[in-house]
Design a protein around this ligand. Structure first.
Ligand code: ATP
Ligand code: MG
Length: 384
């Protein structure tokens, strides 16, 4: 019978908290497979999925590959741990004209042969059947694994499919992702999710300066992220009035810095209202004027109660693009609709803003009212 062996990595590190991580991981696996029928089994150090429809195997694997906390998986043939049955199954593997190596792992010590002895016996039998193949212990073309587990079953496989790794979603709290239509912030959302943090997202748009398509693009991006991050509550906030007011009243080179500070104030309030524990951005050190350490210091300064997490902070743009391609957000991110940050863009944005100057410029605005206005008119979309 075909089955899928699932392996998890870092959970081993978690000592007494391990059961919390495991329960979450199992919950997430089951959620991702909610539209399939199958049997789920837990043995020490492994999960096993079986009794599924063969025609759905591809889709099941695709879902499992996106579950954070899973390390790798193998599609295996499951047989009872009886020597003849295992031999029969191993001999079905095609090693003609190839080099191979047999690996036996015996978790069940009731099985009567040691791993080493059984592996070499299996190797000999395979060679006898396939005169064109040979054993290569160092660089085999085919790795044949026999995993003899405690449940009286053995699993035979030649493949190892890499999964996401990371920690189970929901084991590291919940944060608010500032999601623009760009390349970086969806990557930031994915990376922080991979460390176990659930997210909600917030997007600022400047209709009618920015188009409906610009907003739609962000909805599509959030939708793509759901295949890793589960359900996402997307808060959409109109930023038009704020930008008009800054443009009208404040020093133009401080425009972007002040915009960012107001975004952060709004984000912190929404985070508080929704019990979110951090704000997440796609910033990368030195990438643009608003991402120098001085800029980040004055932007971060407005947050009073929660941290800003910047998963892309030390990444080169090309590495961010690589991840963006892997998680399938790149093609949407490069659609040419403008972001609100490009509206009223000053010619010379300040590279090293001073905090005092920001505060002085902000005195020219009715900050509290502007923020409240944004909060009152937020639109919420649930994506899953
Ligand atoms: P991105 O590719 O994520 O848009 P970027 O390189 O364009 O990033 P900036 O425009 O400086 O950089 O934005 C920095 C970060 O601020 C973004 O990664 C995002 O987290 C946040 N941000 C920018 N614009 C918006 C917006 N309109 N709505 C929500 N968050 C935004
Ligand atoms: Mg951007």
């Amino acid at each position: 019978m075909k089955s899928i062996l699932l392996r998890f990595g870092e959970l081993y590190l978690k000592g007494n908290n391990r059961y919390i991580f495991e329960n979450k991981l199992i919950e997430n696996i089951k959620f991702s497979l909610k539209s399939f029928t199958y049997k789920f089994e837990k043995t020490f150090g492994r999960y096993i999925i079986s009794n599924y429809s063969q025609s759905e195997e591809f889709e099941i694997i695709k879902k499992l590959k996106n579950v954070f906390g899973l390390h790798s998986l193998s599609i295996a043939e499951e047989v009872d741990s009886i020597e003849e049955d295992i031999v029969k199954e191993v001999l079905k593997i095609n090693v003609a004209n190839k080099s191979f190596k047999v690996f036996v792992k015996r978790a069940d010590k009731n099985f009567n042969k040691s791993s080493m002895v059984f592996a070499s016996e299996l190797g000999e039998k395979l060679l006898k059947k396939n005169s064109s193949s040979k054993v290569d212990l160092y660089n085999p073309q085919v790795e044949i694994h026999i995993d003899i587990r405690m449940n009286g079953k053995s699993y035979i496989f030649t493949n190892n499919i890499k999964c996401q790794g990371g920690l189970p979603l929901g084991t590291s709290g919940k944060g608010l992702l500032l999601l623009s239509g760009g390349i970086d912030s969806p990557v930031a959302g994915y990376l922080i999710g991979k460390r176990g943090m659930k997210i909600e997202a917030i997007h600022f748009h400047s209709y009618p300066y920015t188009s409906e398509q610009a907003k739609d693009k962000v909805i599509q991006l959030a939708k793509r992220l759901t295949s890793y991050l589960g359900e996402i509550k997307l808060h959409i906030v109109s930023f038009t009035k704020v930008q008009e007011e800054i443009h009208k009243n404040c020093l133009s080179e401080y425009m972007i810095t002040i915009m960012r500070r107001i975004m952060m104030r709004i984000a912190e309030q929404i985070a508080e209202q929704n019990s979110l524990q951090a704000v997440i951005t796609g910033e990368s050190l030195g990438q643009v004027a608003s991402q120098t350490i001085e800029s980040m210091m004055v932007t971060g300064n407005v947050l009073k109660h929660i941290p800003i997490l910047r998963p892309c902070i030390a990444m080169d743009k090309e590495d961010i693009i690589k991840v963006s391609n892997e998680i399938d957000t790149y093609d949407i991110s490069i659609l040419p609709y403008e972001d609100c940050c490009t509206v009223f863009l000053p010619k010379n944005p300040i590279i090293k803003p001073s905090l005092e100057r920001c505060e002085k410029e902000e005195k020219k605005l009715n900050l509290e009212e502007l923020v409240l206005d944004c909060l009152k008119n937020e639109e919420i979309i649930i994506l899953n």
